[in-house]
Ligand binder design. Structure first.
Ligand code: BTN
Length: 258
């Protein structure tokens, strides 16, 4: 399959969503889709506005880390206006929707790793980044960024070789970015619409987390903490049982399986 087109028209044409991806801004290059999406949010862009970039010169992940996204992959951000109480659930809904889209399009079933990674064969295939802000008063916007390795050879990039993979690496053939993105938009909207009414997203996310029940090390800045990843709290925080029997909660951090 030749590299498929990710034009705004192709993404939107007949897309069966109410708002997610109904407005698409497509750019050959951007510094970061997160930056552009935040600018759009501050200007009151319609909910579900999708920013897609073929390449990013300053793509970033959690904790300000650089995000490597060679051509053939997916780099995009969505503008949303959730209630503040729903913010912690966006990353869960996005992870589940992305995993569901990957499964529907490729048959591969990614594992979910706390807090925001999708793994295939133990290697990272996708990362999700949620950034939010206030717009005066109580109103709040959130930008949900998706980086998904689709058509690339991870072995060609020394900075991620051994720790990352792509869908084409796993399948041995190219995968349609368009089909994946459209399926993701449908699945994400479906889950996003339930966020105010139930804890279904948290329950589904918790059940899919590969991290739980495992002996792990959590690193936060210079500090590391070893223990058993016992559970996740209702706000998504990781509950770690330490050797001395006490429990510690982490809102963020890097988890390594021991
Ligand atoms: C992570 O694993 O830390 C999250 C990575 C998120 C990367 C995506 S690529 C599209 C969007 N634009 C960015 O600059 N970052 C996110």
């Amino acid at each position: 399959m030749a590299q498929d087109e990710l034009s705004a028209e192709a993404i939107r044409q007949g897309l069966p969503t109410a708002f997610m991806g109904q407005r698409v801004l497509y750019y050959p290059t951007l510094v970061s889709t997160m930056i552009t999406a935040k600018e759009e949010a501050k200007q009151g862009a319609p909910e579900g506005t999708l920013i897609v970039a073929e390449a990013q010169s300053g793509g970033h992940g959690r904790l300000g880390r650089a995000w490597v996204a060679p051509p053939g992959n997916l780099a995009c951000s969505l503008v949303l206006y959730p209630q503040a109480a729903q913010l912690p659930y966006l990353v869960m809904a996005a992870a589940l929707a992305l995993a569901g889209a990957i499964e529907a399009v490729t048959g591969l079933r990614p594992a979910l790793k706390w807090p925001n990674d999708l793994l295939l064969g133990g290697r990272k295939v996708s990362g999700i980044l949620v950034e939010s802000g206030t717009m005066g008063g109580e109103a709040c916007y959130a930008v949900v960024g998706i980086g998904l390795n689709i058509n690339m050879r991870a072995a060609d990039y020394p900075e991620i070789e051994g720790i990352a993979t792509s869908l084409s690496d796993e399948l041995g053939q190219p995968v349609s970015r368009l089909a994946l993105l459209r399926e993701f938009l449908v699945q994400f909207e479906r889950r996003d619409m339930t966020l105010s009414q139930s804890t279904a997203v948290w329950t589904e996310w918790r059940a899919r987390l590969t991290t739980l029940g495992r002996a792990v090390t959590v690193r936060v800045g210079e500090k590391t903490c070893a223990g058993t990843a016992e559970d996740v709290a209702a706000d998504g925080g990781l509950l770690l049982r330490l050797a001395d029997g006490t429990q510690q909660k982490f809102a963020a951090g890097d988890v390594t399986l021991r």
